[in-house]
Ligand binder design. Structure first.
Ligand code: SAM
Ligand code: SF4
Length: 473
């Protein structure tokens, strides 16, 4: 019989903690030859099992770690090329009835000024973001009982209704909100959300219980099945994640991979993206200042690289929580999506009053503007920033997208489409310096095409853009 994911008393924990600990214990016994065999297997781009992933994470040999990084770079380059998807988070509300001990929006935090944007305020925020050149947003919400699925759906409509950018409106709205029931997700699907994102935070039930002390989020299983409910409601693209620093790093990565595999078993496709926030200092949270399982820079880079080997076709998302220098290293070993120019307080894009470190959700490590970030990633590092949303707009989502990704589709179609959106940005929003550096990069990219037919199509479209046409793909 088909499982009813809405029925809270029927939900079971498919994360087998004993199995994960035994996979970790086995991994500790692995020798160098095993590590090398797994790296070789990963290079075939068919992914890794959780047990194999554990062996890479538990490897202590520095030279082998470098081989893991090299393999991740090669897979990243082979599948994604030098394209990087950019987005901005848009905080809609910081009102929250939950008590997550690590978050500044915790209901017990009396020193935080609470704010929920009205439709008019959402319009103002979106106008600012559109004028900076953004095309993809991630809407972020606290979880408050008064904010139901209808209300969330209306905020999405609000965002899509703003058309103030020179080259059009926001083209993809992703959502990071608390778990809903299947009917609630249907409402979000109907208003055209892109990815539904929700992080399990920790897959370790005891830790979860200890850190979620009040509100709806205390229910581990309700959260664990949220992706199943979203997919049941027709949302093909879902984004998973864990918050590193709360529990054992290897345990969390394995929990995440077991979650991906369960979703694949039950719905035929795993997550579209994975995020891996690292615990940052947050207003009013003691644990956020003293993580019980601090993740070092090296460990964090290894998580990214190993995920790139374990789930090669899943987008890996990095946020502004990490500083600029480190972000660069992480992009090389696997990150494919990046947030840029972020503010983590509702209203902070349009009103400087809310753009202060003491009111944000957590501390931002990279405070540069979108234009400065683009100048750095395109000008200094040769990455092509992309705002492409063609697949989503043409219905290529979920397993359909995964199948295409496996055939080199990203290199063949996403990269040229990305170049076109980059050209659009340069024409309409970039500073003089960024425009010059960006156009040089586009020129180099076009010259590197060896297929004359594709090269011509791309050159024609770039010329049409220079002549004023927009939204070509
Ligand atoms: N309220 C929704 C929820 O909890 O799923 C979504 C919004 S919540 C602000 C988004 C994510 O922020 C959480 O899932 C958590 O992983 C992350 N977060 C919370 N506190 C953080 C901190 N101190 N440092 C880094 N990330 C944090
Ligand atoms: Fe609320 Fe989400 Fe923060 Fe928890 S993580 S306090 S649910 S906003």
């Amino acid at each position: 019989m088909k499982q009813d994911y809405n029925a809270t008393d029927e939900l079971t924990n498919f994360i087998d903690e004993d199995l994960i600990w035994s996979e970790i214990a086995e991994a500790e016994k692995a020798d160098k030859a095993q590590v090398r065999d797994i790296i070789a297997k990963a290079l075939e781009r068919n992914g890794l099992t959780p047990a194999e992933t554990a062996i890479l994470l538990k490897n202590q040999d520095k030279d082998l770690d470098e081989e893991i990084f090299d393999a991740a770079k090669s897979i990243k380059k082979g599948i994604y090329g030098n394209r990087l998807v950019l987005f901005a988070p848009l905080y809609i509300t910081n009102e929250c009835g939950n008590q997550c001990e690590y978050c500044g929006f915790n209901a017990k935090n009396r020193s935080l000024q609470r704010r929920t944007l009205t439709s008019e305020e959402i319009h103002k925020e979106v106008e600012v973001l559109e004028k900076q050149g953004h095309k993809r947003l991630l809407l972020v919400y606290g979880e408050h009982p008064k904010h139901d699925a209808d209300w969330i759906a209306q905020t999405v409509r609000d965002v899509y209704s703003v058309t103030s950018g020179k080259s059009g409106e926001i083209r993809r709205v992703n959502i990071n909100c608390a778990p809903l029931d299947v009917e609630g997700f249907r409402k979000l699907h109907e208003v055209g959300i892109g990815t539904y994102q929700c992080f399990q935070e920790t897959y370790h039930t005891e830790t979860y219980k200890k850190l979620h002390t009040g509100g709806r989020k205390t229910d581990f299983l309700w959260r664990l099945h949220t992706m199943h409910r979203a997919m049941e409601a027709g949302i093909d693209d879902v984004g998973m994640g864990t918050l590193f620093g709360l529990h054992d790093t290897t345990f969390e990565v394995l929990g995440l991979l077991h979650h991906c595999r369960q979703l694949e078993r039950d719905h035929g496709v795993g997550p579209h993206t994975i995020s891996f926030p690292r615990l940052e200092p947050a207003l009013g949270s003691e644990i956020a200042f003293n993580p019980p399982y601090p993740t070092s820079g090296h460990e964090f880079k290894k998580i990214v690289a190993v995920l790139r080997l374990a789930v090669p076709y899943t987008g890996l998302i990095l946020t502004t929580r990490e500083n600029a220098e480190f972000r660069r290293e992480l992009i090389e070993v696997g990150v494919s999506q990046l947030s840029a120019g972020s503010r983590t307080y509702p209203g902070a894009y349009s009103d400087p009053e809310y753009d202060r470190p003491d009111v944000q959700q957590f501390c931002i490590g990279d405070n540069r503007s979108l234009d400065e970030i683009i100048l750095s990633i395109a000008g200094e590092h040769g990455y092509v920033p992309s705002w492409c949303t063609a697949c989503y707009r043409m219905g290529r989502t979920g397993d359909h997208f995964m199948e295409l990704a496996k055939t080199g589709f990203i290199q063949k179609f996403c990269l040229p489409n990305g170049l076109l959106t980059f050209k659009e940005y340069l024409e309409d929003y970039a500073s003089e310096e960024t425009r010059k550096a960006g156009n040089e990069l586009i020129q180099r990219e076009v010259e590197s095409y060896d297929d004359p037919k594709r090269k011509k199509i791309l050159m024609d479209r770039l010329a049409r853009m220079e002549a004023g046409e927009r939204d070509l793909y």
